[in-house]
Design a protein around this ligand. Structure first.
Ligand code: NAI
Ligand code: MG
Length: 353
């Protein structure tokens, strides 16, 4: 029996709801397979804890987390804590602390899901987001706070090392896919230093991947291409900020923010990788039991694949597709099903296979 130790951090808002649903599905898969099992450990690192104790992660927390095979994360964000505090103190502390530099975001229209975009069934993208530096390096500061001459800077940091490794990762991924295409997204017309370095390193790395067809697009133009010519793209590599934005667009074009998954990978395996749906804590629907858990299921499939459970990952993806095709959908997709309805349906489907 193979065992997988998974740290579970549901976080805030609908994170709690969708991660609980995802755990049930993972348990159903493990039971069905009989070949592997999960040892889940729940961590109460959330905004409530911050409000009570002044910290999201307790002392020694990252050290404890580093012992797990993977991290299954919900979302962080509360109306009672400034967003830059919650994000930096929890999610970014883990991503950056564990050097999870490759953020991988597949986008595809699942069967039965209605996209408002004509031709959306041709969407089959993986967005690779640089996840360790760039615009989210945290480099900057504020002076003369509260005075009329106040200044705030937010300085993007791009390093050759950081760029080489993310481009290499994106090329390897593109090479492993049937279409073998990679689109470089940047803004190197207006931003003439770091962004130009992005481009240069991309073309240097490209030399080692002659089978991959490459092209480049400025980030503003790529938003129109995603809408007007979705079939022309396969893998897309972009900076921390740019990929953050275009992956929400990709999720909406594929039907809803509620279905999109993410893996925050430390490809060398020096630290555990973290798996999370791309959405946030969704203040508007939290606590109502109506969040779409499909993003956390698809995320769980990515985690299974990472843990070496390829068959279970395929089995889960197939179950997700049967679920969406069945028309049982939550309100974000135009249906009336609850989180629990959808979770029960997929668990019984897995059991009955
Ligand atoms: P959000 O993703 O929480 O919500 C945006 C919209 O999408 C809302 O209308 C929400 O109801 C809907 N939505 C999102 N996930 C859904 C699901 N599974 N089912 C149905 N509808 C869904 O983004 P927002 O409103 O910008 O951020 C809310 C909080 O979450 C903020 O504190 C923000 O900082 C945080 N956040 C955290 C992230 C993380 O932990 N990875 C990612 C994005 C935001
Ligand atoms: Mg985002």
């Amino acid at each position: 029996m193979r065992g997988h130790r998974v740290a579970v951090i549901p976080g805030d808002g609908i994170g709690l709801e969708v991660i609980e649903a995802g755990k049930q599905v993972l348990e159903a898969l493990a039971k069905k397979s009989g070949d592997f099992q999960f040892e889940f450990e729940d961590f109460d690192w959330c905004s409530q804890r911050y409000l009570e104790k002044g910290e999201y992660i307790p002392e020694g927390g990252l050290e404890r987390l580093s012992k797990f095979d993977a991290i299954y994360f919900g979302a962080v964000g509360s109306q009672d804590v400034p967003d830059h505090v919650s994000l930096w103190e929890l999610r970014l502390a883990i991503c950056q602390g564990f050097d999870q530099y490759a953020n991988v975001r597949p986008a595809r229209v699942l069967p039965g899901v209605n996209s408002r975009l004509k031709g959306a069934d041709e969407i089959d993208w993986v967005i690779v987001r640089e996840n360790s530096e760039g615009e989210y390096s945290g480099n900057g500061g504020r002076v003369h706070q509260g005075f009329p001459d106040e200044v705030g800077t937010e300085v993007s940091v791009f390093t050759r090392k950081g760029l080489e490794r993310i481009h290499r990762f994106a090329f390897n991924l593109a090479q492993s896919r049937p279409r073998k295409k990679l689109t470089l997204v940047t803004k190197s017309n207006a931003q003439r230093h770091g962004m130009v370095l992005w481009d240069e390193v991309f073309f240097e790395v490209a030399k080692a991947f002659p089978e991959v067809t490459i092209d480049r697009e400025l980030v503003d133009a790529v938003t129109t291409r995603m809408v007007l010519k979705p079939e022309t793209m396969d893998v897309i590599v972009a900076t921390n900020l740019h990929a953050d934005i275009i992956s929400d667009l990709a999720a909406a074009l594929s039907g809803s923010l509620g279905i999109a998954p993410t893996a925050n990978l430390n490809p060398e395996g020096t630290f555990p990788s973290m798996f999370e749906p791309i959405h946030g804590s969704a203040f508007d629907i939290a606590g109502q039991g109506i969040a779409n858990p499909v993003g956390s299921f698809w995320t769980a499939a990515m985690m299974l694949e990472h843990l070496g459970e390829k068959t279970a990952a395929e089995c889960l993806m197939a179950a997700i597709e049967r679920l969406t095709a069945s028309g049982l959908q939550t309100q974000d997709l135009g249906g009336t099903a609850t989180t629990r309805d959808v979770t029960q349906a997929i668990c019984s489907d897995i059991e009955s296979q």
